[in-house]
Design a protein around this ligand. Structure first.
Ligand code: ADP
Length: 475
């Protein structure tokens, strides 16, 4: 089965969050199941691209309303990632270093999706299915089914995966003239609240939509759909919750090249500590104290605004007998508050702002606990990486965190849960973690057991495949 994954991010080419990790792993595992899975993404001015060889497979000029852009579709020559990778380079639209944050983002994604479909339309062998990820590719199911330019693609099944329903890519209706031709009577399919809403369009027009955990699917229909709750309920007959896996080849404490010392569940006690030592030296922390870390975007969804208050209270209430380390970037107000706290608690709190992939691996390995006070968490990968590295997650009971981290008081517990996304909830959970830490025998036993959990992609890749087969048969 030939599948095209369309996405704005893919690890290791361009990663901002979990979307990249998923799109960088799922196709590889699908190929092992006998599929032919490709990734198609925008070209960015990134080191991976400079370090790898590409060949031109398609080029031309695209006209978006009154604007013309030259483009190329470039294929990575060696398939070095375990799948064929195609990058769409649009001069003047994608030849930039960052993935997000440009004022003309709507135009960037319209250009990317239009060219991707031009190219797919011309391929010798059409795909069996097109799998779109998040709102950046949300117009594709509509265009394939309703644009006169893509009649050749009509009827090819499409799946949309919602990695993050908070971002929907809304744009004003004045953008409609930048889209490939379609009959305006079908325009309602693009609309939500008097805007063109690519996420809503994807849910309406794709043959199926999936969310990255079962729990998140329910939440999207209840109150976390950012205004699309009714739509998710209306379309629930084609909804599926499929939890993400993790790439156990990239995230393996036994072989991870970023770690100071590699380890397994059999020898983690001393070797995991070498990673903690490194972090404590770098951030002037006391190695003898429990280390609780946070890695992620400084965004309200992640509860990052709660971190300064949580850290301050926990350090004070434990009389300085706990250390924190935060790696992240995002909201400048949160960054500023964290720096303020950092200056007050030198010796107890290390802070690194910015994006740092190698450091994130050492933190997963060298921490004792990983804190995730998320308000919304569609799946969450951090908690799975942390468990694989023997680091106990402390999570708010929501979405994918609730699905993957049962509390230690429950059967087969894996971490510590708290109910409320506020300071009190998180500080309560931190006290529970620190009391548990004093029980050396059981905390080691837990670490050993969470390291052995199978979070690999195999099971979830099979679920996607079963869904694809089903859609293909309905065609
Ligand atoms: P989201 O996609 O909502 O940001 P996920 O938990 O799905 O959250 O995925 C986050 C991914 O991004 C993880 O791989 C995490 O390690 C990584 N990450 C987030 N922030 C940083 C950072 N500042 N430096 C390095 N890696 C980061």
């Amino acid at each position: 089965m030939k599948i095209y994954h369309l996405s704005a991010e893919c690890y290791p080419i361009a990663k901002v969050g979990g979307l990249a990790d998923v799109v960088g792993a799922l196709p590889k595992y699908q190929n092992r199941l006998g599929c032919e899975a490709y990734v198609v993404m925008p070209w960015y001015d990134r080191p991976f691209i400079k370090d790898h060889k590409f060949e031109n497979v398609f080029d031309g000029t695209v006209v978006l309303k009154n604007l013309q852009f030259k483009f190329k579709v470039l294929k990575e020559k060696k398939n070095s990632l375990g799948f064929a990778l195609y990058l769409i380079k649009i001069d003047g639209l994608t030849d930039r270093p960052n993935v997000y944050g440009y004022e003309d983002a709507a135009l960037q994604y319209i250009g990317f999706q239009t060219i991707a479909l031009y190219w797919i339309r011309e391929s010798k062998e059409l795909p069996d299915l097109v799998h779109c990820h998040d709102h950046h590719t949300g117009l594709v199911p509509f265009l394939m089914n309703y644009s006169s330019e893509f009649e050749k693609l009509r009827g090819i099944p499409t799946v949309t995966t919602i990695h993050n329903g908070q971002y929907q890519g809304q744009m004003g209706w004045e953008m409609v003239n930048y889209l490939p031709n379609f009959n305006l009577t079908d325009g309602g399919l693009l609309d939500w609240d008097d805007c063109i809403n690519p996420m809503a369009a994807a849910v309406k027009c794709a043959n199926a939509f999936t969310t990255v955990s079962e729990g998140y699917l329910k939440e999207l229909m209840d109150d976390k759909g950012a205004g699309l709750e009714d739509l998710y309920r209306q379309e629930s007959q084609k909804a599926h919750g499929i939890v993400n896996g993790i790439d156990t080849e990239v995230w393996n404490p036994e072989t991870d090249k970023y770690l100071i010392e590699n380890y397994t569940s059999a020898n983690f006690v001393t070797k995991k500590r070498a990673n903690k030592k490194e972090l404590c030296e770098r951030y002037k922390l006391n190695e003898g104290l429990p280390l609780i870390s946070f890695i992620g975007r400084f965004a309200a969804e992640k509860g990052a605004d709660l971190l300064p208050g949580i850290i301050e209270r926990a350090i004070m209430e434990r009389s300085g007998d706990v250390n924190f380390l935060v790696l992240g970037s995002g909201d400048p107000a949160v960054e500023q508050k964290l720096w303020d706290i950092h200056h007050r608690f030198i010796g107890n709190f290390g802070l690194e702002t910015g994006y740092n992939e190698p450091l994130s691996h050492i933190i997963y390995a060298g921490s004792d606990y990983l804190l995730m006070p998320s308000r919304v968490e569609p799946c969450g990968l951090n908690q799975m990486y942390s468990m694989r590295y023997g680091t106990v997650p402390i999570v708010r009971k929501t979405g994918g965190l609730n699905d993957t981290v049962p509390d230690i008081d429950e059967k087969d517990g894996r971490g510590i849960q708290f109910n409320d996304a506020d300071e009190n909830g998180a500080v309560w959970a931190i006290h529970k973690a620190l009391d548990f830490e004093n029980d050396t025998k059981n905390s080691r036993k837990l670490r050993r057991s969470i390291m052995k959990i199978d979070f690999s992609w195999e099971k979830s890749a099979q679920k996607y495949l079963a869904l694809y087969e089903n859609l293909k048969q309905q065609r």
